[in-house]
Design a protein around this ligand. Sequence first.
Ligand SMILES: [Cu+2]
Length: 105
Amino acid sequence: MRKIAFLLMAFAIPFSTYAASIKAEVNGMVCAFCAKGIEKKLKALPQSQAVFVDLKKHIVVLELKPSQEVPLDEFKAIIKDAGYDVSSAEITDKSAAEIKAEITR
Ligand SMILES: [Cu+2]
């Protein structure tokens, strides 16, 4: 019984290590270089835990480190500065990997 509780805890921890992600629809990304450029910019943020970019679906996901945040306005400004347009952005409690799994399913 104790062993089970320990196992549950060990599995629960990895799932709680992300706080939230910003999921955005970005227009203007046309090739792999665009995707890489955005990915690089977002990965450079100190709050960044993981980044996922889907070129075909124009989706950009920035997963944040625990208890870190990036205001949506700031996120939009970063994308705009890079030369792209954010058509919508939302905060979700899903990880970048979860969103990736949903999109590529
Ligand atoms: Cu490009």
